[in-house]
Design a protein around this ligand. Structure first.
Ligand code: ADP
Length: 577
């Protein structure tokens, strides 16, 4: 695996992990929130139940005869014992009776060190309310005991409907706090000023949720509600999304604000479980993704391995076929070299043979007139009167020798001579003029068929005239050997892109020989001395240089016909001769 995909998968995993963690946390936090709401409602009911539990007790006690008698000045001896018993039975911290001035005259804790008896609580709001015939209700730190509690009071009415005293109870809430602490929960109960009355953590108690105003502080101080407590602000911070930081931890923050007297219950539920579960879910998903990735990678590695093996096998096969091919190529090269060598040898041999043949022919051709000339010269020496005849004889022999050398000259001259556009009819006329002596000598009837229009061709005019002359001479020669009437039919013309000439004779015909055979150099059917077998070879070479073709066949009525085709020149604007 290269670096790039590795980094990509790491980023992808982180991204997926992040998204999964967020989603899982939201899901589990929602669950925790519902649970916390249930818990809060339970705490709320407990608090409300505690507040309600003894709310009517003072109303009943105010009508108790022991109480009314004591207020009327009938003595408190039996009342103290009675109140002590009541307090014990109902689990209250204290039950006490005050006179109209607020001085405690009887109390359930009369016998304890912190007895209320003799203390004046006239400044307390619950006393004042009760004195006015209302139900007093006040939460405060006790002046005598220093313990907090809820004070409930009612006025004791004696004759004439006059409130002559106040009966009060003090109810402690330490049980609630203890239950919260034991459950490991973070709960606080605040009053309408936002001062914490009860808290699962004692350090939070008597702290203000929001800083108190001076007026609030004075009011609280006047009734000595929380005497000795500075009521500093609570160290906490409310965050968005119903969350708050308290005691250094961020938690879910739930509030029940429908308690009596404007009290509020704050529950700070931790969502550690949601966090843990979300991480667990994330870990599971990442682990699953990782496992899937590993499986995928293993399968991929297997596939790659298999492909590699296949490729190696194919490579080995390819290598072996390459080697075979290389051997074959080497063999072929060697064979080619052998062939080339053989061809070269063959060419050399054929060149030597050709040279030999040529030398023999040339020697023979030239030997004959030379011998004849020597004979004539010898005869002239013997008979000097014959010198006049000798000139004629010798000039005839020289003419023959010139003919031979003229033909051989073809091989010495360059073929790269200038091409020109000329009329094939004119070239044929020149050939016929050149052959006029032969025609005359052989009493040949000549018939010429040609169009009125010129048949333009491009080429070396002298060379093509040489071809025409060759063909005409061959025809004359073939007819000379026959006894029948010699007739030469010459046709010149143009058919589309082709200009041609045809020479038909009434000679002996080609017989068994084919044209390619006859075009071989030194192939001749004539008796030695008459032909050298070079005419058609030279003609074929010239026609090939002009991109033309030559055909030859026997005529059904006897004799042969030779046809030469050349590319016609269509454009009349070219330079013409
Ligand atoms: P040469 O005429 O010197 O023999 P050529 O190459 O011109 O050489 O001709 C080769 C041979 O082709 C001749 O020997 C002859 O047998 C044959 N040949 C050429 N033209 C004709 C013709 N018109 N009719 C019959 N045979 C021909």
């Amino acid at each position: 695996m290269s670096r790039r995909p590795l980094i990509l998968s790491a980023i992808l995993t982180l991204l997926v992990g992040f998204v999964v963690q967020r989603a899982a946390f939201d899901y589990f936090a929602e669950e925790e929130w519902s649970k916390a709401q249930g818990q809060l409602s339970l705490y709320r009911s407990t608090v409300v139940a505690e507040l309600e539990q003894h709310s009517h007790l003072t109303h009943i006690l105010a009508r108790d005869t022991f109480v009314t008698e004591a207020v009327a000045g009938g003595g408190t001896g039996p009342l103290n014992a009675r109140l002590e018993d009541f307090a014990q039975q109902s689990g209250l911290e204290a039950i006490y009776l005050m006179d109209a001035n607020g001085v405690t005259i009887a109390a359930s804790n009369h016998a304890s060190e912190t007895s209320f008896v003799g203390h004046n609580y006239g400044f307390r709001p619950y006393f004042k309310d009760a004195l006015q015939g209302k139900h007093g209700r006040f939460y405060a730190i006790g002046m005598t005991t220093g313990l907090p509690g809820l004070f409930l009071a009612d006025g004791v009415v004696v004759e004439g409907h006059e409130v002559a005293g106040v009966i009060a109870i003090k109810k402690g809430f330490s049980v609630l706090e203890d239950s919260w602490r034991r459950a490991g929960q973070q709960v606080i109960l605040t009053n309408s000023d936002g001062v914490v009355l009860l808290a699962s953590d004692p350090a939070w108690r008597y702290r203000a949720l929001t800083p108190l105003t001076e007026a609030q502080k004075q009011e609280i101080g006047a009734v000595r509600q929380f005497s000795g407590q500075p009521l500093d602000p609570l160290q906490w911070r409310v965050k968005t999304g119903n969350r708050a930081v308290i005691g250094g931890d961020e938690r879910m923050h739930l509030v029940a604000d429908d308690l009596p007297d404007g009290w509020q219950l704050h529950y700070f539920a931790d969502d550690d479980r949601a966090v843990a579960r979300s991480w667990l879910a994330t870990a599971a998903v990442v682990f699953l993704a990782g496992a899937l990735m590993i499986v995928f990678q293993v399968q991929r590695a297997r596939r790659v391995g298999r492909a590699l093996k296949r490729a190696e096998k194919e490579e080995a096969q390819l290598r072996s076929s390459n080697q075979k091919l290389a051997v074959e190529v080497a063999e072929r090269k060697a064979a080619e070299e052998r062939l080339q060598k053989t061809q070269k040898e063959l060419e050399q041999a054929s060149r030597l043979a050709a040279l030999g043949q040529l030398s023999a022919s040339v020697t023979h051709e030239l030997g004959q007139p030379i011998a004849a000339m020597r004979n004539h010269l010898a005869a002239a020496e013997i008979n000097p009167q014959n010198t006049a005849r000798l000139g004629g004889e010798i000039s005839g022999l020289v003419g023959r020798m010139e003919g031979i050398t003229r033909q051989l000259k073809f091989f010495a001259t360059s073929s790269e001579e200038a091409f020109e556009v000329f009329d094939l009819r004119a070239a044929m006329q020149a050939g016929l003029t050149l052959l006029a002596p032969n025609i005359e000598k052989g009493a040949v009837e000549v018939e010429v068929r040609q169009p009125d229009e010129p048949a333009w061709v491009r080429g070396n005019r002298l060379r093509l005239e040489q071809v025409i002359t060759n063909v005409l001479r061959n025809a004359c020669d073939a007819m000379e050997e026959e006894d029948a009437v010699s007739r030469l039919s010459v046709t010149v013309g143009q058919e589309g892109a082709v200009a041609f000439f045809e020479v038909a004779d009434t000679g002996h015909g080609l017989g068994a020989a084919s044209l390619p055979d006859l075009q071989e150099p030194f192939v001749t059917t004539r008796a030695s001395g008459r032909g050298m077998g070079l005419g058609l070879a030279i003609s074929a070479s010239i026609i090939k240089d002009h991109d033309g073709t030559m055909q030859a066949e026997d005529r059904p009525e006897g004799g042969a016909v030779f046809r030469v085709e050349l590319p016609a020149v269509q454009d009349n604007n070219e330079q013409m001769i």
